[in-house]
Design a protein around this ligand. Sequence first.
Ligand code: ZN
Length: 439
Amino acid sequence: MPSLIISGAARAALQSLDHDDITFLQNLPKAELHAHLHGSIPLSTLQRIATNYSPSPDIGAGVAATIARLQSNVVLTEISEFFQLFPAIYALIATPAALAEATRDVLHAFLTEQPPPSGFAHHPAPDCSYLELRSTPRKTTHMSREQYLLTVLSEIRAFPGRAALIVSVDRRMSEEDVEECVDLAIKLHQQGEPVVGLDLCGNPLEGNVDTFEKHFDRAREAGLGLTVHIAETKLNGHSIESFILLSWHPDRLGHATYLEEPQRDIFFLGDIPGTQVPQIPPPNGQVPDPIPHHHRTFYALWRKHVLLLSRRYQEAGFHIDSQDDDTGERAPREVVREIQALRDLAGKQYKPCVEICLTSNLLSKTVPRLEEHHIRHYLANNHPVVICTDDILPFRTTLLAEYALLLAKPPHGLGLSRDEVRKIAEMGMNARFMNRKQT
Ligand SMILES: [Zn+2]
């Protein structure tokens, strides 16, 4: 039985709630849609797997030392100590048996009744009603990528209708590796396995996502949902990459912490509730007159953006109306794609659900304080969000504790009402990839 750990702000928020509030949160149907398998393994499970581990000769001294610490049931307190575990976790979870054991405990930690973490006295309850677990299929000396996925899926199948898998591809992967992962995801999905989506993950400052688009397109055509980690750090925020990722129109966005206003305005049409999608003016930048007041900002930004793109495109020696996308040069190709994406927007409003991981953002220091969290922007604009944990192992939280951060009164939480929290939970359930309405 995995044991749950909660610390820091999430712990303080949960502690500040009374019994009724906790029961209310426990009874809400909740979907956990952004949980990485390796980052969600309970510490007690890792310690058990480490105890039974017979080291392979090729593990380095650092990994061996970490595994020895786990074997001695060391108490970890600092976030950095948890992150230092990851090389050891990959070494420990390299066989089908260890992977199955870890996956089983992660599924139980989320989906079956768990005793409350130490210091809490609430009733045992499942942490969520539905889980989309994500993982990058890792090839090891003991298993192929396909065996990896089949091992994880064999555990997920024990929770029919309540658990599913999102296949993650890592930004640092070669195109062949991405192709192999996507081929497997599509094949398993078509065979009726609970593979429901494709994710883009990995160090946000590495890799070139440009070559991945066609593979994400293939996955969408095969019926998989798409989610991407986007604008995770300040350096990703205003970059061309966020425009490229948004132009893929993923169904959900991971974090989206540093999406800038022009990106939100252009792609989400300023998040203006209830507005009709405006007719996008032609690339000469002519703004129709008169235009409704609430479209003005959008048009102004749109115009500025298209003119900027046009200039860059022309500077690179291409004509703005050329649809030639095979110039072989990175900048012009991006520009064409962005302009096409903007044109595509004429027909539809795009409101991808944003996967919000409060504790993860606070501990990773991408958000300085809860009250400055970007969830406020999305809630104020009626933009769908889902509350998720990301990695419960290093961040020492649970989905219940993340919901406590919504309901708890300041300074422990955002102080939302029960109705607001109920609505957020519903938005999360509606954003599931399983049984989603195909668009
Ligand atoms: Zn993540």
